[in-house]
Write a protein that binds this ligand. Sequence first.
Ligand SMILES: Nc1nc2c(ncn2[C@@H]2O[C@H](COP(=O)(O)OP(=O)(O)OP(=O)(O)O)[C@@H](O)[C@H]2O)c(=O)[nH]1
Length: 485
Amino acid sequence: MQFFPQRLRLLFLVATLLILGFLTTSLASYWVSSAEIHQDIVESALPLTGDNIYSEIQKDMLRPVFISAQMAHDTFVRDWILSGEKDPSQIVRYLNEVKTKNGTFTSFLVSDLSRHYYHAGGILKDVKENEARDAWYFRVREMSVPFETNVDPDMANRDKMTIFINYRVEDFQRRFIGAIGVGLTLDTMKDTLQSYERRFGRHIYFVNQHGEVVLTGNKEQHRGSILKQAGLSEIAPQILNQNTIPTQLSYTIDNQLIQANTRFIPELGWYLIVEQNESANIKPLQRILLINLLISAVITILVIVVALFNINRNQRQLEQLATIDRLTQIPNRQAFEIVLRQKLNELARHPRPMSGVLIDVDFFKSINDEFGHLHGDAVLQQIAALLRQSARASDVLARWGGEEFICLLDDCDQDAAMELAERMRVLIAEHNFALPRPHPVTISLGVAQLLPNENAIEFFQRADHLLYEAKAKSRNCVVVASCEA
Ligand SMILES: Nc1nc2c(ncn2[C@@H]2O[C@H](COP(=O)(O)OP(=O)(O)OP(=O)(O)O)[C@@H](O)[C@H]2O)c(=O)[nH]1
């Protein structure tokens, strides 16, 4: 009664300890690793990438700015304009040389006096104030800073989208005399950004001072104004603050935590934004956590199954030890009494004849004395086996005491029981027990049928009395209760 809940309690305790242990270690390692990833992204990976990209940009993209600055300060250019743009082939040759030497996509000069637009191929056109495409020139003309970067289609190159560096050219008294510079196609710039994205595994893009995304390696990711994009709009005011010192910001979009490293690049007039998806980096950890938890669950189940199997097996062995006689391997007296109680209950519900045979080995002490206890044990084992053979499968044979056995015969009247008892007696008397010297081994038997309203104690007392009678009579015989009894 007590054993079952106790066993369950033990298993529950083991399972709880295992689950707690596995959960603690798995969750702890997940939290530690994700905290490390966060720290690595925020404190090391992103700022480092930002710096690397910035230096790459300085190398690749600021070069056109420096080239344009050199062109704007070139005394040949200024002298040529101031001397009345006499020989256009000179400036065309100059622009061609700048373009080919530096590998830029285009090079140009617009003179404020003639409004001619010179490029490496000659005079392209004249810029006009009311022409929308020429608005850039009049903007540059009025601006107070030395240059601007502008993304426009290049008429000289089949309207390809181009980043122009528009540098103001001033005379020696700092009066505006024209605009000069070079241009890079956006394709080239995009390729550059894409190669950065591939190399550093981050998302890199530029926004202008109005928050418009002007250049990105991956067009699908960001377009339009960052002021209008979900998640990003929350940190847009912090990005657009002309801060040249790198700033670390974060925002959430579609349940993904994005870390962003931003800085203003005054030479370009644009903001460089380098992003990394922290959630995506943590995803493999979540997969590992899930696998760990699954493995833990499987191990816990296995441990429980193995423990349950062992406990059940031990319990079965204990139960067997408690009910089976070790020497003869037949049920002992306790087991017999349990079966008898069950049989008596059944009999009360479904009346039928039931008989009992009490068996005692004759002069067993003399066998022990003459041949020793081991031989005595062997005789008892053989007797038990012979009795078991002669009884029906439904009959219950048990060891009643030292050299006493009992056989309960269900659905069997006294006559049939007596026949069986006689068969048993003859079987034992004729059996060769292989003792060191010839020695008779016989049994005496008392047979009784259960009487109506007789209880177990009365029944056994009667059988015992009959056995005593058999012993007193001659031994090696069967005594049956008289019919009148
Ligand atoms: N070898 C062995 N001897 C046992 C075992 N159990 C009881 N005995 C012995 O069986 C003997 C029984 O002796 P008694 O009760 O005097 O009966 P008996 O010698 O058989 O004589 P009767 O019953 O009068 O025929 C005792 O000497 C017990 O020690 C056992 O498991 N093994």
